[in-house]
Design a protein around this ligand. Structure first.
Ligand SMILES: C[S@@+](CC[C@H](N)C(=O)[O-])C[C@H]1O[C@@H](n2cnc3c(N)ncnc32)[C@H](O)[C@@H]1O
Ligand SMILES: [Zn+2]
Length: 192
């Protein structure tokens, strides 16, 4: 049987701390090659530096593309008030890190560069995750399958969780009311 890493041959990872492997959450992910102490700069998130106007344009184009194809992957990372980084380039292995509602990594800026670093001690073999920090603009396009105990069901920054929970409850109530209405109609048809 082929080893899993052989299936992903060719995808290199520019960090001594991690490697690319198949993820049980989505597609490929990055995994710790050895124990990583909390606070370590694991991998830099590299890409094209773009201003906010271009970033917005690409962001909306991405949403249109997602609506057509179902592929809602987003690679734009906020750098500062003026610029973002579009990490959608093959040499940016950090783009493969998946999201979790209970992540082991954090993103931080150091000397004008974006780093994905260890938010806690990470054991060899663990998949690396950070919270993508998405706002609620198109929340329904981003269901979360992280599987953590604290999973809120959609990919969103922690500061949006209270509002997100309200929106999910409203969505569920609407679906429940619709189902109830449909079964009432069916019962009426039967008795007519
Ligand atoms: C930047 S890519 C991450 C790398 C991706 N796994 C790959 O193989 O290309 C981001 C996309 O991965 C998927 N993804 C990442 N984390 C996820 C999660 N917790 N639940 C569901 N999908 C996730 C979503 O489709 C998201 O738009
Ligand atoms: Zn989750």
């Amino acid at each position: 049987m082929k080893k899993e890493s052989a299936l992903l041959e060719g995808e290199r990872c520019d960090s001594k701390w991690c490697e690319v492997r198949h993820s049980g959450i989505h597609g490929r992910g990055l995994f710790a090659k050895k124990r990583i102490p909390q606070g370590t700069n694991i991998i830099e998130y590299v890409g094209e530096k773009i201003d906010k106007e271009e970033s917005n344009r690409r962001g909306w184009a991405r949403i249109d593309y997602a609506k057509k194809t179902g592929d809602a992957a987003v690679y734009i990372f906020t750098l500062d008030d003026e610029y973002d980084i579009d990490g959608d380039i093959p040499t940016n292995s950090a783009r493969l890190i998946n999201h979790s509602c209970e992540p082991n990594c954090e993103a931080w800026i150091e000397d004008g560069s974006i780093w994905i670093g260890a938010g806690r001690d990470i054991e060899k073999g663990e998949e690396l995750f950070y919270n993508y920090g998405f706002d609620l603009e198109s929340w329904e396009d981003h269901p979360c399958y992280c599987g953590s105990k604290r999973c809120v069901g959609y990919i969103a920054g922690k500061e949006y969780w209270p509002e997100l929970k309200k929106r999910i409850a409203a969505k569920n109530a609407k679906a429940k009311a619709k189902a109830k209405g449909a079964s009432k109609k069916a019962a009426k048809r039967k008795s007519a």
